[in-house]
Ligand binder design. Structure first.
Ligand code: PMP
Length: 291
């Protein structure tokens, strides 16, 4: 099976999928994106992703290139044509093609690209394996709430983590508070047992998985607090984990080389992983269309 990509209205072989050199995404990173999980052939939290895309597009003053409904149809088609049962859809919208000038072009048409690929089916057991994080200086801009394709700081920090033998880098702001991971949201269970994740503001991306986990926690009567936490709190935490579309609920067992808890997935993390698993299984049934 050869992979198929969607580029501005056409389904094309992945290997031949291309955009113009003067696409503003290429020239200025002037665009936004979403990554949506496919679980058992169903898009996970589609509405949440479309709502966040709406926010990102609005903040950059890029008009929707098609209705969210049509976007859903194309995503479904990309999933179908690539025969994805478990995988991800990558969706990117840029301001389009125009002669290279920084200011917005008068009449560029937003460009849409979608790709999809398979990933290993979600499995609670393998997802319970913990990972290492390091902490780094958050060198990003002041609009981290926009899901822009401008990811150079994230790329540099993730590379730094990889070189340190860690999976993710937790970024730390000027006040010594953890903001988030380079492609994940950060959570801890403090030494006093409080479940904590940072409040959403301009310093982090409002994760769809984060929201789903909060909603699942709420339904299960698990309390949590949205506030920032320090590196020291993270290092002395009972449990730590991160959330994202592709890592789901993933235990963090070391921060800067220091073991968290007993070095294995924590009790509450395991509970939330189970709840998130159920959330994914409930997709498309109409029972759990959480945004
Ligand atoms: N923060 C950043 C910076 C990210 O890139 C991502 C991945 N989109 C997340 C958090 C997690 O968000 P989500 O749960 O929507 O994948």
């Amino acid at each position: 099976l050869s992979r198929i990509a969607y580029v501005n209205g056409r389904y094309v072989p992945h290997a031949e999928a291309a955009v113009h050199v003067e696409d503003r995404g290429y020239q200025f990173a002037d665009g936004v994106y979403e990554v949506i999980a496919v679980h058992r052939s169903v898009l996970v939290d589609e509405k949440g992703h479309m709502d966040r895309l709406d926010w990102s597009l609005g903040e950059l003053d890029i008009a929707w290139p098609m209705t969210p409904r049509a976007m859903g149809t194309v995503m479904g088609e990309v999933v179908r044509r690539n025969r994805i049962r478990d995988g991800i859809v990558y969706l990117q919208v840029t301001r389009g093609v125009a002669p290279r000038n920084h200011e917005f072009p008068a009449n560029a048409e937003a460009a849409v690209v979608m790709t999809a690929r398979r990933i290993r089916p979600f499995n609670v057991e393998t997802n319970s394996q913990g990972i290492d994080v390091i902490t780094v200086d958050d060198i990003r801009w002041k609009r981290c709430d926009i899901k822009t394709i401008s990811l150079l700081p994230n790329v540099l920090m993730k590379e730094q983590a990889a070189r340190a033998g860690a999976y993710e880098a937790w970024m730390v702001d000027g006040e010594g508070q953890v903001t988030e991971g380079t492609s994940t949201n950060a959570w801890i269970v403090t030494k006093d047992g409080d479940l904590v994740t940072r409040q959403t503001d301009n310093k982090i991306l409002s994760g769809i998985t984060r929201a789903a986990v909060m909603e699942a926690a709420q339904s299960a009567g698990i309390e949590f607090t949205e506030r920032s936490f320090t590196v020291d709190e993270a290092k002395t935490a009972r449990e730590a984990f991160l959330t994202s579309t592709t890592l789901f609920v993933k235990p963090v067992v070391r921060v800067d080389g220091e073991a968290i808890g007993n070095g294995h997935i924590g009790t509450l993390t395991a509970r939330l992983l189970d709840l998130y698993s159920a959330h994914m299984d409930g997709q498309g049934s109409g029972k759990d269309s959480a945004a």
